[in-house]
Design a protein around this ligand. Sequence first.
Ligand SMILES: [Zn+2]
Length: 675
Amino acid sequence: MTNALLSDWSTPFGLPPFDAIKDADFAPAFDAAMDQARAEIAAIADNPAAPTFTNTIEALELAGERLDRMLGVFYALAGTDSNEAREALQRAFAPKLSAYSSEITLNAGLFERIEALWQGRDALGLTPEQARVLMLTRRGFVRAGAQVQGAGRDRLTAVKSRLAVLGTQFSQNLLGDERDWFMELSDADLAGLPDFVVTAARAAGQDKGLAGPVITLSRSIIVPFLQFSTRRDLRERARRAWVARGANGGQTDNRAIAAEILTLRHERAQLLGYADFASYKLETEMAGTPGRVRDLLMQVWAPAKAAAQADAAVLEQMMHADGVNARLEPWDWRFYSEKRRRAEHDLDEAAIKPYLQLDRMIEAAFDVAHRLFGLDFAPLDVPLYHPDARAWEVTRGGRHMAVFIGDYFARGSKRSGAWCSASRSQRKLGGEVRPIVHNVCNFAKPAAGQPALLSYDDARTLFHEFGHALHQMLSDVTYPSISGTSVARDFVELPSQLYEHWLEVPQVLAQFATHAETGAPMPRDMLERLLAAATYDMGFQTVEYVASAMVDLAFHEGAPPADPMVAQAQVLEQMGMPHAIGMRHATPHFAHVFSGDGYSAGYYSYMWSEVMDADAFAAFEEAGGPFDAATAKRLERFILSAGGSAEAEVLYTEFRGRMPGVQALLKGRGLAGAA
Ligand SMILES: [Zn+2]
């Protein structure tokens, strides 16, 4: 038997032959690909020839390609369709990968070559992109400890590999808690729930082999349940279970893991010569320092809190008028907020939903990309890893640009949330390679034969992830390490959040929001109300987000907290967190911060990006409209195709002519007048 992961793929566009790959192939393929990668690295480090940009930096860019290819497939499967075998593999791979990456960055011979190139860089005649790749490569080595000597170096390796294991455990515990909890509903328990919630709950029940409907902790089920259920007791039970993810005691409890992660991150930063983890982490970001992050968050916090407090008073009054003479609690907010939305904006999510068909929203995202960037999308009939996943070929003027894979429905084996990944990224080095890009969401799957319907939030998520996908699909750089979304973390959400603005362009919804049964376009007044309500409850949303971002920042500034749960409570207390609003992600399930390093001391970056997306969309409006061709061209040239080929400030300033302030964001969130 040949191992499909190790053979050459003569598939269309070099897509992974998903139908030929078996779980048992991964472990041997991983070992073989790892051996090959090690040999490639050794050949670079031990090269007797003097270091050149080609024999060192370019060779490094291409080393480990087979391993990358194999891992691209593995992570696509482990994130979207996990099982015990894949979870065990993930646990086994994590420490080996961490050790491998340490071997590279701590390879003295290799670093010597890079350092020699760096010191002599002015004489190398490099292009700006090459100079940037050299700078980033060296900085990556230094930040990984290439200049740390002796016992500190061994300790650094141990800390990094332990952190990798803890991060994986954190995610798996979370997935375990999300999978295990569910609440069965009797007919009486369905009170207040619109059909789409009942249908989703029945499908979730069937998924678990039960006859009746169940509420699960999937965001697409629990959020509408909290919005619509008139049963305050059940809302309380469901919300308590939702916020208890990762804090249920026993083997899946994440609290001790979070504490250990924070302690080790601090130690790691100090070993590298930084005051604390936040200083280390922010060095490579557009924000630069913890102080600039706090400034931004606090400028937004005051008006957001004022708006939320005013809203809380209104909601509590509504609850009292309902005959519930209690304090407004976190399980009441979404319910009364939805009621108020219907009263004040006459906006009924259940009535809107039939107009937001998944397939039409996908078409809308494609159509906007066609109008802005000339992209065309054609369905591809190729074997994929799950029957719910779909593929399209992306072309421009007949030229192949990318393969786009959309995997939209929630299932028990899929990690929660929504994300974009590339199982192959774009590059020109060694011949042009075009990307394979995945968008993964967790929308409720419809009953057989029914069209999939989205909430407006779901549709935004779809556009958001598609914005990330464009950043990959339009990428046009030479070097893989700066391709697509390989940019500063607080810059990476700009393309995605910016793309959400096109969902709010009235002509887009007028064309693509058509009724699932009648095919009629969304009535004009419904559309206008929907768009007018876009800033509704922004106080709540901003507060729950900023609270999480401030806790994340506090965790990583200065000495690590002995007990993160106590530290979290202190931060919220100091900020004056409104009682009826919880953090968007509390510590035991704050996967952004603890499942890996990605958003640690970096959760603020969504808002940092929002400052820019509000300002960037205004550039279209100022230029004459949302489809202004010249602005779209600049957006592609300086941002969507540029990857990490220059500093984020430089790219943004080239696109816009200046840097943005916080005012555009406050205006966009409807908070400009508050506080
Ligand atoms: Zn995003």
